[in-house]
Design a protein around this ligand. Structure first.
Ligand code: KG4
Ligand code: ZN
Length: 347
C-alpha cells in the first residue's frame, strides 16, 4: 500500500509518500518560519496563502522523489484538523481534488492522531496500548493510545501549550522565534538555580498541565531586572530556570498519568514522547530517567517525524485504510477536533 500524506494545519507545508512496509519514499517539508518570524508567531492569513502557493509543487516533488506517478497511489491522506482553518482548507481541497480525479480512497486524519501514531512508522514493536506525551506549539496532552481511533485523553493543558510557553518566554528574553531551540541553547549556558520559578501543578491531582503562571513569573523576573535589554548572563540563567521548572512540571504530570494508565493496562510498558518540544534534550533526559525508574521503555520518534510533517499523516492514513476507515469527499475541515472525537473501526 502506498499513500500520499498532506499536512497544512500550521506553518509547515508538507507532502510525503509512505508505504505500509514502513518505507518513507519522500518526506518534503517547507517551513514558513521566515515569513512568520518578524511577527513572533504564526500569522494565520500568511500561513494559508503560503500553503496555497506551495502545496501543488510540494506534492509533485514528493511524487518525483518517490519515483511514482499519482496513479500508483492507493490512497490520499490529509490532516482535516485541528489547526488554523485557512491552511487546513487548502490541504483538504488539494487532497479531495486528487482523490476525486484519481478515483482513490480519501482519509481525513486528525493532526493529533498523526502525532500519536508516528512512533509506529519507525518502531514496529510499538504495539497498542501505550502512553503518549504529546508536546507541541499548540498542544500538551497525555493520551492513552489503545488502538487506531481509540484515544483516552488523561490530561491536557488548561491554558498554554508547552511549546507556546517556550516561545513566549523566548520573546520576553528577546530571543527569536521559534523559542524552544533558543531557550534550550541559552539554558545550557545558564544556572538553573539562580531564579526560583514556580513548578506549575506539581503534586496536584489529575494529569492536567498549566504554563501561564510560569510565563507570568518569567515576565515579572524580567521586569525586576530591567529596564532595557537583559545582559546575556541573565538571559541564560532565566532560560535555564524556566526550562528546569517546565521540565519538572511535565515530569510530575507524566508520572501521575503513568500510574493511571498502568491501572488500566497493567502489562503495558511503553511511554512515547512526540511533538516539536520532544526535541528538547533536558525533557528527554528527564523522561528517560522516569522510564528507567519504572522499568518502562521510552520511545521518541526522530526529530524529523516529531515536528509537523507529511510522513506521519501518510502513516496514519495507512493505519486507517488498513481498517477500512475512509472518508467522503465532502468531509468538513475542522479548526477544533479533540482526539476523543476521532472515529474508530467498529469493534
Ligand atoms: O510539533 P511542532 O513542530 O509544531 C506544532 O506546534 O504542531 O512544535 C513546535 C514547537 C514550538 O513551540 C517550538 O518552540 C518547540 O516546538 N520546540 C522546542 C524545541 N524545538 C522545538 N521546545 C523546546 N526545546 C526544543 N529544543
Ligand atoms: Zn503538530
Amino acid at each position: 500500500m502506498i499513500v500520499l500524506g498532506i499536512e497544512t494545519t500550521c506553518d509547515e507545508t508538507a507532502a510525503a509518500v509512505v508505504t505500509d512496509r514502513r518505507e518513507i519514499r519522500a518526506n518534503k517539508v517547507l517551513s514558513q518560519l521566515d515569513a512568520h518570524a518578524p511577527y513572533g508567531g504564526v500569522v494565520p492569513e500568511i500561513a494559508a496563502r503560503s500553503h496555497l502557493d506551495h502545496i501543488d509543487r510540494l506534492v509533485g516533488e514528493a511524487m518525483a522523489e518517490a519515483g511514482l506517478e499519482l496513479g500508483a497511489l492507493d490512497g490520499i491522506a490529509v490532516t482535516g484538523g485541528p489547526g488554523l482553518i485557512g491552511g487546513v482548507i487548502v490541504g483538504a481541497i488539494t487532497a479531495k481534488t486528487l482523490a476525486q480525479v484519481l478515483d482513490k480512497p480519501l482519509v481525513n486524519v486528525n493532526h493529533l492522531e498523526a502525532h500519536a501514531l508516528s512512533v509506529r512508522l519507525v518502531e514496529p514493536e510499538a504495539e497498542f496500548p501505550y502512553l503518549l506525551l504529546l508536546v507541541t506549539g499548540g498542544h500538551c496532552q497525555l493520551v492513552s493510545v489503545e488502538a487506531v481511533g481509540r484515544y483516552t485523553v488523561l490530561g491536557t493543558t488548561i491554558d498554554d501549550a508547552i511549546g507556546e510557553a517556550f516561545d513566549k518566554t523566548a520573546k520576553l528574553l528577546g530571543l527569536p522565534y521559534p523559542g524552544g531551540p533558543e531557550i534550550e541553547a541559552a539554558a545550557a549556558r545558564g544556572d538553573a538555580g539562580r531564579f526560583d520559578l514556580p513548578r506549575p501543578m506539581l503534586g496536584r491531582p489529575g494529569c492536567d498541565f498549566s504554563f501561564s503562571g510560569l510565563k507570568t513569573a518569567v515576565a515579572q523576573t524580567v521586569e525586576r531586572l530591567g529596564p532595557g535589554p537583559l545582559p546575556p548572563r541573565d538571559v541564560d540563567d532565566i532560560a535555564a530556570s524556566f526550562q528546569a521548572a517546565a521540565t519538572a512540571s511535565v515530569l510530575d504530570r507524566t508520572r501521575r498519568a503513568l500510574g493511571t494508565f498502568r491501572a488500566a493496562h497493567p502489562r503495558a510498558r511503553r511511554l512515547v514522547v512526540a511533538g516539536g518540544v520532544a526535541a528538547n534534550s533536558a525533557l528527554r533526559a528527564a523522561l528517560q530517567g522516569l522510564s528507567a525508574e519504572e522499568g518502562w521503555i521510552l520511545s521518541a520518534p526522530p526529530p524529523a517525524l516529531c515536528t509537523d510533517n507529511g510522513a506521519m499523516v501518510a502513516w496514519a492514513g495507512i493505519e486507517r485504510l488498513r481498517l477500512g476507515l475512509t472518508d467522503p469527499l465532502d468531509f468538513a475541515p475542522r479548526p477544533r477536533w479533540p482526539l476523543g472525537e476521532v472515529r474508530a473501526a467498529p469493534s
